[in-house]
Ligand binder design. Structure first.
Ligand SMILES: Cc1ncc(COP(=O)(O)O)c(C=O)c1O
Length: 414
């Protein structure tokens, strides 16, 4: 099981750090997300340690989990933020980031978002479009800003070893600029006197299964930068994987760092990890509503579904499920864990090995801290779940976000 120091059994009770999960969920009911700040900070530290000796800044990718309490803890620990919308920049600022600590990425930034970000003075713009450069130049002129920092996002035309829905660096993807366009822009930097070109950005995908594609992408970026010794910022994006299933063979942070180290020595490197920091720091806890045994199978119908965790339906993602109190010794049988949403794809887990469970029993869905709550929806008029955070010391917790109410669901409608 993908358990670790922060999420583990102690005397048959599933714990988050020093606190039993059963106690944590008693405050809010289920479904509920629980996050361990201790684990998130541990992951941040492990990434920094792997890359030590190089000039590396970690900008946590807020898209993975934008909970203010999570952002606050990571920012206080010195992380910058990778934001993909003005909304995420606003969240990052609210959580205490300085504008300079924020990199602003995104394939479709609106003119208003660009003006907002220039006005705030964000640290880097990861630019994916030549028209975006013109808009940036215009916004800088209108707002009287100079030397707006730009990293051009390269589409390196490499195929990442991951699910096709989270690969971004192959030719034909909507992301980034081709090498040809980048060569042209760099040769004509003078056309954008208000911008300061600092280097390149390259992000080839998420949950990367090997380091080779990243090495190839970084090498291509460096070929483009070779004629410009003043441009030595390289943002190599996110993508480092999380362990979703015990025994999954995946490259560790240290494998990425070791493979890239020879290439990165003379560069100012930015990393944008999201999943690698927060995925295994979070669980989604759900309660069994019904047990249905029919057509030769056991179905556990639970109170969380694709509205709370869409990853299985969207990416065929596989999560592990563990009961809040262990049933060691009991026979485990394959069951389906399904949500209450009126969609056939609302299956959280297939062939999940579980003991005999009853209505009222609770399950933790592991490794749910990334791309979980941020993708939650109100489909079927379901209020989004609360988020409970266990503090960095591990011995106390607070409700970081309340469960949505029916009024929340109606807000803004006439
Ligand atoms: C540009 C960029 N940076 C960083 C990330 C974060 O990726 P991950 O959560 O895999 O680290 C993403 C995710 O899609 C991304 O698109």
């Amino acid at each position: 099981m993908a358990l670790h120091d922060s999420i583990r059994y102690e005397n048959g009770t599933l714990m988050m750090d020093a606190l039993p999960m059963a106690d944590l969920v008693a405050k809010t009911g289920t479904p509920v997300y629980l996050y361990s700040l201790k684990r998130a900070l541990h992951n941040l530290h492990a990434i920094r340690t792997a890359y030590s000796g190089l000039t590396v800044e970690v900008h946590y990718s807020a898209k993975a989990n934008g909970c203010l309490a999570v952002l606050r803890a990571l920012i206080q620990a010195g992380a910058g933020i990778d934001a993909v919308s003005a909304g995420e920049i606003h969240r990052a600022l609210t959580a205490g980031a300085t504008p300079q600590q924020i990199v602003f990425a995104g394939v479709g930034k609106t003119p208003d978002e660009i003006r907002y970000a220039v006005g705030q003075g964000v640290g880097w713009f990861n630019v994916e479009n030549v028209d975006e450069l013109h808009q940036l130049q215009q916004a800088a002129t209108d707002l009287g800003r100079d030397a707006v920092p730009v990293a051009l996002r390269l589409n390196p035309e490499v195929t990442a070893s991951t699910h096709p829905y989270i690969a971004t660096g192959h030719g034909g993807a909507k992301f980034g600029l081709t090498a040809e366009v980048i060569r042209h822009v760099l040769a004509h930097q003078a056309q954008y006197p208000r911008l300061r070109f600092g280097g390149l950005h390259v992000h080839i995908g998420s949950q990367l299964g090997d380091t080779a594609a990243t090495v190839a992408a970084v090498s291509r970026a460096q070929e483009l930068l070779a004629p410009y010794p003043a441009l030595r910022m390289l943002n190599i994006g996110g993508g480092m994987p999380a362990v979703y299933r015990q025994g999954q063979a995946l490259p560790a942070f240290s494998d990425f760092a070791a493979a890239l180290r020879p290439l990165l020595r003379d560069y100012h490197v930015i990393l944008e990890p999201g999943r690698a920091i927060i995925a295994d720091a979070g669980v989604l806890v759900t309660t069994i509503l019904y047990v249905k045994k029919q057509a030769g199978q056991t179905l556990y119908i639970v109170d969380a579904g694709m509205t709370e965790l869409i990853r299985p339906a969207l990416y065929e993602a596989v999560h592990e499920f563990v009961p809040l109190r262990s049933f060691e010794g009991n026979i485990h049988r394959a069951a389906q864990v399904v949500g209450p949403v009126c969609e056939s794809s609302d299956v959280l887990g297939q062939e999940v090995m579980l003991p005999e469970l009853r209505p009222g029993d609770r399950l933790a869905i592991l490794t749910a801290g990334a791309y979980g709550m941020v993708m939650a929806s109100n489909y079927n008029a379901r209020p989004r779940p609360p988020e409970v955070v266990v503090t960095a010391q591990g011995n106390s917790a607070f409700v970081a976000r309340a469960r949505e109410t029916w009024e929340d669901l109606l807000r803004g409608e006439v």
